[in-house]
Design a protein around this ligand. Structure first.
Ligand SMILES: Nc1nc2c(c(=O)[nH]1)N[C@H]1C(S)=C(S)[C@@H](COP(=O)(O)OP(=O)(O)OC[C@H]3O[C@@H](n4cnc5c(=O)[nH]c(N)nc54)[C@H](O)[C@@H]3O)O[C@H]1N2
Ligand SMILES: Nc1nc2c(c(=O)[nH]1)N[C@H]1C(S)=C(S)[C@@H](COP(=O)(O)OP(=O)(O)OC[C@H]3O[C@@H](n4cnc5c(=O)[nH]c(N)nc54)[C@H](O)[C@@H]3O)O[C@H]1N2
Ligand code: SF4
Ligand SMILES: [Mo]
Length: 669
């Protein structure tokens, strides 16, 4: 029997595609993009076109399993759900009784999930249990702190509206891998005469075609953006009318930007000063001009201030108020008036908050010591900083580790108990886009293989076993969706659209123009150029816009960055990759070290070393080397990935992990 179903892709990708899914004899056999959204426009990426390879792979966990023998030894005993949940319940209850709920740490991210699986019943369970809470800081913590502090809840430029721009700036973002549907829109704008600028240490596919490529040193964006702002102010290119009526702390921002001349910024960012001048000319003279702010630029010590300085530029230069003018950061902020909280039905816990980006530090805390780690929606063995510390702590015999996942990840391999999870298409999901301004109800279209259960089912059962269910609680996916929509002032409209074709548009429409249809969600509806709260948060490192110099040393001079792979979403789908990873290194850096193309190398710093082969490439700038994010341990010769060399310190805002602050040396192995 062959059936075709509507669903949507909730993976961590800005594009949020609508899907047509073919199911034959109970299995997904084909997935194609549909036409419900102009962004998907009938095509999708290779990852999801081949999702059946993931759903039915050999690494799929088919039944709950309990470790037999040593941790990480690879010996398991398949058990029933009843037995697995019985062991978990006894263990967590005992820890709570003897050491308190905070000795239990839920460890989770949104990796590939939507609202039902990301928060939902897991959130309610751990809150009611009194567990420690997790600050989710792997991604977008610095950029979101910056954009929320400056603009509050306000949508940026819709991806579709890039077609109207005369200048498109891609700043620390690589849509050719991470948001493929933006690429044809950019091409369309270019055919109509738009110019393209890319700010990226790598020559990405779009940088190769750009009118201007600023190959900035990682972490050097802040001085560049401030020097641009300073030039706009001092050369009479600032939009005084806009700033006077719509912005706050303008003089303070101008004073902080004035610390940076173009020459000094060029030196700090290791760029030709003439290229910054060209940027200023292009930016000042083009409208509509849009800056697509990515995530590559936030993952360093200056990341929050850099994001803020970049997002100040459209205000200073007066780029808002026209279709295609302004910035785009995460575009989830379109006043959906929906909150995950309403589905959880339990206020945020007041227990101790732990930053997920220092997992070894969290596991070394005392008072109380963490005795149980419950991992779901996450693969920290290969995605968290300080990988050697993470692996050592996970292997601790006195730490009880539960992992709920679809496949045997590197984290699952170190667990005491592994619970099989459903994948999207096997469970329902409600997903709001952070690029595409859409809300999709993506139903389950197929039963999971084996005994896999959804997050809702697992945490619903744990709530029951701990006697934590309260009258009126939403317990099923249907009830969670209903209660979330019921609490929204636009719930009836959203419900009607979702019921009609599975997708709803924001109450503001799907292409609101900033400062025409949508205004800053700050208390005074102005853009704040030096928000007091952010300045206070960044005080330990000199306040907002204070530049912290490059962490490179003579011993470890090379910046190691870890950009996204086209074939994975972070580590998701990594089990399907058999090819080993290569370090990309500039030929000049290789020559001075006697390294040839294809050589085996050691990449190292004080935290450890990685062994893999090298690929010489002029696509990385000199002084920078690149090993992709999301690799699995099997992809390198010594089972460690770039995360092993990443320091456990944070960016200046949001407690964001500083993935691109690793400084290393490379030598022939
Ligand atoms: N195919 C695919 N799509 C994805 C993902 C994936 O893993 N694979 N991940 C999803 C997720 S979780 C996210 S957060 C987004 C990420 O989306 P992007 O931000 O596009 O992804 P990255 O590759 O992490 O970083 C973008 C670029 O930043 C550059 N970069 C690194 N350091 C700096 C710096 O200091 N300054 C500047 N200006 N540039 C820098 C890198 O060279 C890279 O080309 O993509 C999402 N989409
Ligand atoms: N070196 C380096 N590391 C990085 C980054 C970097 O730039 N450099 N970037 C970071 C970024 S941007 C991000 S977003 C993080 C992402 O890091 P993680 O949050 O660890 O995300 P993924 O690697 O995608 O892993 C998500 C896991 O959740 C599982 N999963 C998916 N759906 C479900 C579900 O419904 N239920 C359950 N229980 N499990 C499910 C998947 O199978 C997968 O194993 O990684 C960060 N790590
Ligand atoms: S990963 Fe992105 S491009 Fe691929 S199907 Fe999902 S939303 Fe579309
Ligand atoms: Mo991310």
């Amino acid at each position: 029997m062959v059936t075709i179903h509507k669903s949507a892709c909730p993976l961590d990708c800005p594009d949020l595609c609508g899907l047509d899914v073919t199911v034959e004899n109970g299995r997904v056999t084909k997935v194609e993009g549909d036409h419900r959204s102009p962004i998907t426009n009938g095509f999708i990426c290779g990852k999801v076109r081949k999702i059946a390879d993931h759903l039915y792979c050999d690494e799929r966990v088919m039944a709950p399993r309990i470790r037999v023998g040593a941790k990480g030894g690879g010996q398991w005993r398949d058990v029933s759900w009843d037995e697995a949940l019985g062991v978990i319940t006894d263990k967590l209850a005992r820890i709570k009784a003897t050491s308190g709920g905070e000795a239990i740490l839920p460890y989770h991210y949104g990796g590939s999930n939507g609202w039902l699986t990301e928060g939902g019943l897991a959130g309610r369970f751990f809150r009611r249990l009194g567990a420690s809470t997790l600050k989710q800081t792997f991604c977008a913590a610095a950029t979101m702190a910056a954009v929320r502090g400056m603009y509050g809840v306000m949508p940026g430029v819709a991806l579709e509206d890039y077609a109207h721009a005369q200048l498109i700036v891609l700043w620390g973002v690589n849509p050719s891998a991470t948001s493929i549907h933006l690429v044809p829109i950019i091409e369309k704008a270019r055919e109509a005469g738009a110019k393209l600028v890319v700010v990226d240490p790598r020559r990405t596919p779009l940088a190769r075609r750009a009118d201007l490529h600023l190959a900035v040193q990682p972490g050097g964006d802040l001085p560049v953006a401030l020097a641009i702002a300073n030039a706009l102010f001092t050369r009479g290119l600032a939009d005084q009318g806009f700033l006077e009526s719509q912005a706050a702390e303008v003089d303070e921002f101008a004073a902080r930007a004035a610390r940076w001349s173009i020459a000094d910024a060029a030196a700090a960012a290791q760029l030709p000063a003439a290229d910054i001048e060209t940027f200023i000319e292009l930016y000042a003279s083009s409208s509509p001009a849009v800056i697509r702010v990515g995530w590559g630029l936030e993952r360093n010590r200056n990341g929050g201030s850099a994001a803020a300085a970049i997002m100040a530029l459209p205000a200073v230069a007066g780029k808002f108020g026209v279709r295609g003018g302004g910035y785009t950061m995460s575009n989830g902020d379109v006043k959906w008036t929906l909150a995950q909280e309403t589905g959880i039905g339990e206020p945020a816990a007041k227990t101790r908050a732990i930053n997920m980006s220092d997992l070894p530090g969290a596991l070394r805390l005392t008072d109380p010591r963490v005795e149980a780690l419950f991992v779901y929606n996450c693969n920290p063995a290969v995605t968290a900083p300080d990988q050697r510390g993470v692996l050592a702590e996970l292997a601790r015999e006195d730490l009880f580790v539960v992992v709920h996942d679809q496949v045997m990840t590197d984290t699952a391999n170190l667990a005491d108990i592994v619970l099989p999870a459903t994948a999207f298409l096997e469970h329902r999901e409600l997903r709001r886009g952070y690029g595409a301004m859409r809300l999709y109800d993506s139903p389950a279209v197929v039963a999971p293989p084996g005994d896999a259960r959804s997050n809702t089912a697992v945490f619903g059962e744990l709530l029951r076993r701990f006697d934590l269910v309260r009258p009126g609680d939403a317990m099923t996916d249907d009830e969670l969706v209903a209660s979330t929509l019921a609490a929204s002032e636009h719930g009836a409209k959203l419900r009607a659209e979702l019921d009609a074709n599975g997708v709803a548009l924001p109450p503001l429409g799907d292409r609101p123009i900033p400062f025409v249809d949508a205004f800053p969600g700050t208390p005074d509806a102005k853009v704040h150029l030096v928000p007091v709260a952010l300045d206070r948060e960044a005080a330990p490192t000199g306040g907002l816009y204070a530049y912290q110099s490059d962490p490179g040393t003579a011993e470890y001079p090379l910046a190691l960055i870890s950009p996204a792979l086209a074939t994975q979403i972070t580590s998701t789908f990594g089990q399907l990759r058999s090819a080993p990873a290569h370090l990309e290194l500039h030929p000049d850096d290789a020559a001075s070290r006697g390294i040839g193309d294809g050589d085996a190398v050691r990449i190292f710093n004080a935290q450890g070393e990685i062994r893999c082969d090298v690929k010489l490439s002029r696509d990385v700038r000199p002084g920078v080397c690149s090993l992709p994010k999301g690799l699995w341990r099997k992809h390198t010769a010594n089972q460690l990935t770039s995360n092993a060399l990443i320091p456990a310190h944070f960016a200046d805002l949001g407690g964001q992990a500083a993935f691109n602050d690793a400084r290393v040396q490379v030598e022939r192995a």
